[in-house]
Design a protein around this ligand. Structure first.
Ligand SMILES: Cc1cc2nc3c(=O)[nH]c(=O)nc-3n(C[C@H](O)[C@H](O)[C@H](O)COP(=O)(O)OP(=O)(O)OC[C@H]3O[C@@H](n4cnc5c(N)ncnc54)[C@H](O)[C@@H]3O)c2cc1C
Length: 379
């Protein structure tokens, strides 16, 4: 005897819960998560930044399209503000002036407050920056910190309030067609639905393989994070996210300490990824080279997988080879900030609709995100 639903979402990270939230009013919804805790993988390991000047054009458009949800979420969604002030300072050396030009032009596409700052202003904003290291910077004053926990929990509560079911320790072990439905095997038994949403993060290609489908060429890439003590005597709370304009490293204040990353992108199979000593050392070296900070002790470190396809644009839409198999994959390093737009988009496309105007107005098309688009590697 199998359990019947209208939608089965696989994955309880930010992608799965955002899609589930927007789909739940439209039918019986089941969300399946393999781990005992939701958000255990990439979603719980992010840098929690919202920046409209980061990523390619499609990513920036999706980020901007989700802005209103972050600032004015539906009544009762969260007791806390989802965004808090941060700012982002994209810094460049003399040999990175062209990259600064590009960052300024791309950043200004959607955000007219993005502007170039000279060395003196950059050092005034971030007093630990070495004036002999930096040749200039691009400031995005309206970049924000995201309360990822509040966002994720708002979606989770919303799914339940809308009658959806969430099961943890419910790994999808197999899936295949059963008449007009997909039959999904879990340790607790089988369940069926005409539509399956593949929001399995780094495992999205593996889930597709279970369904007998070609991969989209998803490559999970490790990214390392370290946390260390702030320089004594400095109030760092107002520091922006400071990021090398070619994304060679970044750092930001985090609960009174400094969180930094070497911005590594090491390809690896999907797994419960752990940090490597070498990447921790690279992060510290690059941050110490650009600033007057010395890192004596790393208090905490972790790593997570950012999963990309070849063009670094998310993959959203029905698989052309299998009715009802819907991809929500490849969010890379932008899956939190794009979640409100991608969740809404998924709910509309998965019900046979088109890109909603509030997202399409920013130039996002279904074709740009489709798993059938050119350039995705199929084996
Ligand atoms: C260091 C770091 C910094 C980042 N910084 C930012 C940032 O500042 N801003 C931003 O927007 N993004 C950032 N990101 C990216 C962001 O975290 C990801 O894009 C996002 O979390 C991806 O969410 P997801 O739901 O697709 O994946 P996940 O959170 O990994 O969720 C996928 C889930 O699917 C489950 N699953 C897989 N296979 C199965 C199966 N067979 N059955 C059941 N469940 C299954 C997994 O257990 C997992 O819980 C960062 C990432 C890292 C690693």
């Amino acid at each position: 005897m199998s359990d019947g639903y209208d939608f089965i979402v696989v994955g309880g990270g930010i992608a799965g819960v955002s899609a589930g939230y927007f789909l739940a009013p439209h039918g019986r919804l089941l969300l399946l998560e393999r781990e005992s805790a939701l958000a255990y993988h990439t979603t719980g390991r992010s840098a929690a930044i919202y920046t409209q000047a980061y990523g390619n054009a499609a990513v920036r458009a999706l980020t901007v399209a989700g802005h209103d949800f972050f600032t004015t979420p539906p009544e009762g969604f969260s007791d806390h503000a989802l965004l808090g002030p941060r700012g982002a300072l994209f810094i460049g050396r003399d040999d990175q002036r062209e990259a600064l030009d590009r960052a300024e032009a791309e950043g200004r596409q959607f955000v007219d407050t993005v502007r170039r700052v000279d060395v003196a202003e950059a050092c005034a904003i971030l007093p630990v920056l070495r004036p002999d290291y930096v040749a200039g910077a691009v400031l995005e004053p309206d970049a924000m910190d995201i309360d990822v926990h509040a966002l994720h929990q708002g979606f989770v509560r919303g799914i339940r309030a809308r009658g959806g079911t969430i099961r943890t320790e419910a790994a999808v072990l197999a899936l295949g067609r059963d008449g007009a439905d997909w039959s999904v095997e879990t340790p607790g038994g089988a369940c069926t639905a005409p539509v399956v949403i593949n929001a399995a993060g780094a495992w999205c290609d593996e889930l597709a393989a279970m369904a007998g489908l070609d991969p989209v060429g998803l490559v999970p890439k490790r990214r390392t994070a370290v946390v260390f003590d702030a320089p004594p005597g400095l109030d760092i709370d107002a520091w922006p996210l400071t990021i090398d304009v070619d994304e060679e490293f970044y750092f930001k204040p985090e609960a009174g300490k400094v969180m930094g990353s070497p911005a590594d992108e090491t390809p690896m199979p999907p797994c419960d990824v752990q940090p490597e000593e070498l990447e921790i050392a690279i992060a510290i070296d690059r941050i110490q080279t650009a600033t007057t900070m010395t890192v004596d002790r790393v208090s905490h470190h972790w790593a997570g997988l950012r999963s990309f396809v070849a063009d670094k644009t998310p993959v959203v839409g029905f698989d052309p080879a299998a009715p009802g198999f819907f991809w929500l994959a490849g969010q890379g390093g932008y899956g939190i900030q794009t979640a409100p737009a991608l969740g809404r988009l998924t709910a509309d496309l998965a019900r046979g609709g088109d890109v909603p105007a509030e997202i399409g107005d920013f130039g996002v098309t279904a074709a740009d995100l489709s798993p059938a688009r050119a350039g995705l590697r199929k084996s």
